[in-house]
Design a protein around this ligand. Structure first.
Ligand code: NA7
Length: 543
């Protein structure tokens, strides 16, 4: 639907399409938002930079990319038919399976007809006369929408450090977060990987099996736990599907939104033998559940040290060369940076064609025409892989020129760290919603239930506004201040806020150090969101 509208100063007439809702991003958040919006009978369009759905799982196609949340829980629950009919094949799904699932959802709910691919939203500007959002895309489309919903993802703005000389480099350059769609095979090549975060840890064993020689440039070693991935047992799947609702309901009572056992004992309350047994059993089970061995691992440094020691011992047992083992051993808080999950990571360093290069003391100096230079030595390379992570949580939001009341930019408002009410909304930006935005549990939880909770909250809010003849909703300054204070306060209780991770923005030069996600847990957060609604959108002004 499109009609002619007088522009602000009435001097010209332009044809601008009018929509109820514009959604930015066609990952799991954007797709469900579109589905729910259409169910309400509202006109909506999704703009997506890529040429397909899936968001994070569309871009992160690097070899070895795999989810660290179990497949049976890393999926939508809004449609029982969908969760009953879809068959996952592995305990932890590889990226191609998750992308296939995203494609299936898009087809099953006929979503593509309202998604415009290959289109980046350039700007979203709140028009104070129409009280609507004026949105402009990279290919010059202009639309006006009553609501603008940012479904841009938390890890979707890749971070590529600006090394001197990169543009002169003659070899191939890749970023794990922007991996090409075609198959890349490093056979016979000298390959350098920069970084040892989760993306590097997942891809290194595969690169090592292909490359002539693989050089891993490590600044900070990371903790990783074996995934122990396996095909899903059909009997177990049958059992889950017989009571999927039960599993989902239990998951919602857990801080991370995952049905995992909650520890009741502290690490220091147990004897060293029992403690070892518990760590060993979690280690054998594999995955991020390792941190659920004891209740105090993320709160008490001495308790945390027992878990860190256990993993360091495993590294020494696995890696043949003691010097390499030492270099691979982190000496910081385990679980402070997001714990990694791997398949054959430490083992890869036992191969003769893999070298670990420490760049902690002498950083990467520059990239030359032929390779990478550190510590005054050149490493000739045919390809360089940047596994250097993302400008997390705020990067993708701030890549769009978002302007609210009085022309205020979001970049300006968040220059000292993101400020939101519930991670859903921000003062001075009426009718703008962020799905899993900073200040919400998001990346500290199973993303799918967190996404669904936000989408349902937002669509319920729009329904309420329509039913009550309201045009605008805006977070109150005081409510926002209180929420930001609460988010910071609970963050200080956890060891998670103490290290230089992407949770605090420490990986991006110049980014203000603020613990961005809400660490108070999924149930507490949902309770707060529901309370706000029950009290007539307490903390918001509706007009
Ligand atoms: P991460 O976890 O942010 O890891 C990025 C890695 O890149 C990390 O080891 C960094 O070292 C390293 N890095 C970044 N810049 C440089 C420079 N300039 N020189 C050397 N090394 C550098 O990103 P991932 O993509 O692996 O994972 C992100 C999330 O995706 C992950 O947590 C999962 O949730 C999924 P540093 O530690 O900063 O010293």
């Amino acid at each position: 639907m499109s009609y002619t509208q007088q522009s602000k100063d009435c001097s010209e007439t332009s044809s601008v399409e009018q929509l109820e809702v514009v959604i930015v991003g066609a990952g799991f958040a954007g797709m469900y938002m579109l589905h729910r919006t259409r169910q309400l009978g509202l006109s909506a369009r999704v703009y997506e930079t890529g040429n397909g759905v899936g968001g994070t799982w569309y871009w992160n196609r690097y070899p070895g990319a795999r989810c660290d949340v179990e497949s049976m829980q890393y999926s939508y629950q809004f449609s029982d038919e969908l969760q009953q009919e879809w068959e996952w094949s592995e305990k932890y799904s590889p990226q191609p399976d998750i992308l296939r699932y995203a494609d299936h959802v898009a087809d099953r709910f006929d979503l593509r007809r309202d998604i415009q691919f290959n289109t980046r939203v350039k700007s979203a500007i709140f028009n104070e006369i129409t009280r609507r959002w004026d949105i402009e895309t990279s290919n010059g489309n202009q639309v006006s929408a009553a609501f603008c919903v940012m479904a841009t993802g938390c890890l979707s703005s890749p971070n590529t450090p600006e090394f001197v000389g990169l543009s002169d480099y003659k070899g191939e350059v890749y970023h794990t977060g922007k991996w090409p769609q075609e198959d890349i095979d490093f056979s016979g090549m000298r390959v350098g990987v920069i970084g040892t975060g989760s993306s590097a840890i997942q891809s290194i064993p595969i690169f090592a099996s292909q490359a002539d020689h693989l050089y891993v440039f490590q600044r900070t070693p990371n903790y990783t736990i074996p995934a122990r991935n396996a095909p899903l047992d059909p009997e177990e799947v049958k059992e889950i599907k017989a009571d999927y609702a039960g599993l989902r309901a239990r998951a919602k009572t857990k801080p991370v939104g995952l049905d995992l056992p909650i520890p009741t004992q502290g690490a220091l309350e147990t004897s060293p033998e029992d403690r070892f047994q518990e760590f060993e059993s979690k280690w054998q089970n594999g995955g991020v559940g390792f941190m659920a061995a004891f209740k105090d691992l993320l709160f008490e440094e001495t308790a945390n040290e027992t878990a860190a020691d256990f993993v360091r011992q495993k590294i020494r047992e696995t890696v043949d060369d003691p010097k390499t083992a030492e270099l691979l051993s982190p000496n910081n808080i385990i679980g402070c940076k997001r714990l990694c999950v791997d398949t054959g990571y430490w083992e890869a360093f036992n191969r003769a064609n893999v070298s670990l290069i420490d760049v902690s003391r002498s950083p990467i100096e520059r990239i030359s025409e032929n390779g990478l230079i550190t510590d005054s030595r050149e490493y000739p390379l045919d390809a360089i892989v940047f596994a250097t992570g993302f400008d997390a949580m705020t990067g993708a939001l701030l890549n769009v020129d978002i302007r609210g009341c009085d022309g205020r930019t979001l970049k300006d408002k968040w220059s000292k760290g993101p400020k939101t009410y519930l991670g859903l909304s921000t003062t001075d930006f009426p009718n703008l919603f962020t799905i899993t935005g900073p200040g919400s549990p998001s990346v500290l939880t199973n993303m799918l239930p967190s996404i669904e909770q936000h989408v349902e909250w937002i669509t319920d809010c729009i329904t309420y506004m329509r039913a009550n003849g309201m045009q605008c909703i805006e977070a109150n300054q005081e409510a926002e201040n209180d929420w930001v204070e609460h988010v910071n306060q609970v963050a200080r209780l956890s060891l998670r806020s103490t290290c230089s991770s992407w949770y605090v923005g420490a990986n991006i030069e110049g980014k203000v150090r603020v613990f961005m996600p809400y660490i108070g847990g999924f149930p507490k957060y949902v309770e707060k969101c529901n309370e706000v609604v029950a009290n007539d959108y307490d903390g918001f002004t509706l007009s």
